[in-house]
Design a protein around this ligand. Structure first.
Ligand code: CO8
Length: 289
């Protein structure tokens, strides 16, 4: 019965068109339970999703992940928004998948129920997503950060894949994305021992692109989002697609895709505007066309 109510409510929320005001959504007049979502930046062109389940250290339960997906869907549809920032609290980004929710799962239930299938929404976002990690990003929390396009860290952040200590292994890209980001030896050490990286170590290893004082982290991530959002959204999406292809394709194929996308920019008004503005010595005014 509880399940029915939950999924029925979710279906209603999915069907509605959302209006975000501050941190609430008003489609059902109900706030999210485990996240806060709002638009930030001088032009309100950056979506901010804050994981907000403090009692469980932002453990990623099913409902929290569905709410993140819902907020992402909304920001993807909002033509004003050009980038999204995902953050947690100053203490914790996310302490991993919810162990209490998982501990009675069985192999048949996971396998046939396609457990975690909807936890990859961040990866399919067309708009750039920036993870702003303060505090702990462990297990699924580290994996969620690595699904994002850019990771900024607060100076007290720690990144780890401690699943081995629970008798399991990472299940949402932790063995794959971490290895590509930091190399085999360090990824092995982290995954096989549960060793955590500090923010500075993560920066040195190439996992994060910037480290900031705790209080400045989210404003810096929003500023980065604003810089991205000030460019053409369609060209930004092409650039993101090309970079992501580097993780999937051999070099020659990746270069071919890049070239096709480069040519495709010449089918847009924004490419024309960008180059014309340069020649006319003025700031480009992109129309996302
Ligand atoms: N799941 C559920 N509850 C959690 C989790 C979690 N991952 N982490 C913390 N909590 C809860 C605790 O149970 C506790 O709740 P209660 O008060 O009801 O007992 C509360 O949060 C506070 O936790 P602690 O008392 O343990 O706080 P400490 O400050 O002493 O310790 C730690 C903080 C170090 C973060 C510690 O809580 C810890 O080790 N947590 C588990 C970290 C972990 O192992 N994470 C990996 C989980 S497995 C996983 O993520 C698999 C990923 C699969 C794919 C995910 C796709 C995105």
């Amino acid at each position: 019965m509880v399940l029915f109510c939950r999924s029925a409510a979710f279906a209603v929320r999915q069907a509605a068109s959302f209006i975000f005001t501050g941190t609430r959504r008003y489609s059902t007049n109900a706030p999210f339970k485990f996240i806060l979502a709002s638009k930030k930046g001088d032009k309100e062109n950056v979506g901010l999703i804050q994981l907000n389940r403090p009692k469980a250290l932002n453990a990623l339960c099913d409902l929290l992940m569905r709410e993140v997906n819902e907020a992402l869907d909304h920001f993807e549809e909002d033509s004003q928004v050009g980038a999204v920032v995902i953050t947690g609290s100053e203490k914790v980004f996310a302490a991993g998948a919810d162990i209490k929710e998982m501990h009675n799962w069985t192999f048949p239930a996971c396998y046939t129920g396609n457990f975690l299938a909807h936890w990859n929404r961040v990866c399919s976002a067309k708009k750039p997503v920036i993870a702003a990690v303060n505090g702990l990003a462990l297990g699924g929390g580290c994996e969620m950060a690595m699904m994002c396009d850019i990771i900024y860290a607060g100076e007290k952040a720690q990144f780890g894949q401690p699943e081995i200590l629970l008798g399991t292994i990472p299940g949402a890209g932790g063995t794959q994305r971490l290895t590509r980001a930091v190399g085999k030896s360090l990824a092995m050490e982290m995954v096989l021992t549960g060793k955590r990286l500090t923010a500075q170590e993560a920066k040195q290893a190439g996992l994060v692109s910037g480290v900031f004082p705790v209080q400045q982290l989210v404003p810096e991530a929003i500023r980065c989002g604003e810089r991205i959002a000030s460019n053409s959204k369609i060209i930004t999406a092409m650039a993101k697609e090309a970079i992501n292809a580097a993780f999937e394709l051999p070099l020659a194929e990746g270069n071919r895709l890049e070239k096709k996308l480069f040519y495709a920019t010449f089918a847009t008004e924004d490419r024309k505007e960008g180059m014309t503005a340069f020649l006319e010595k003025r700031k480009a005014s992109f129309k996302d066309k």
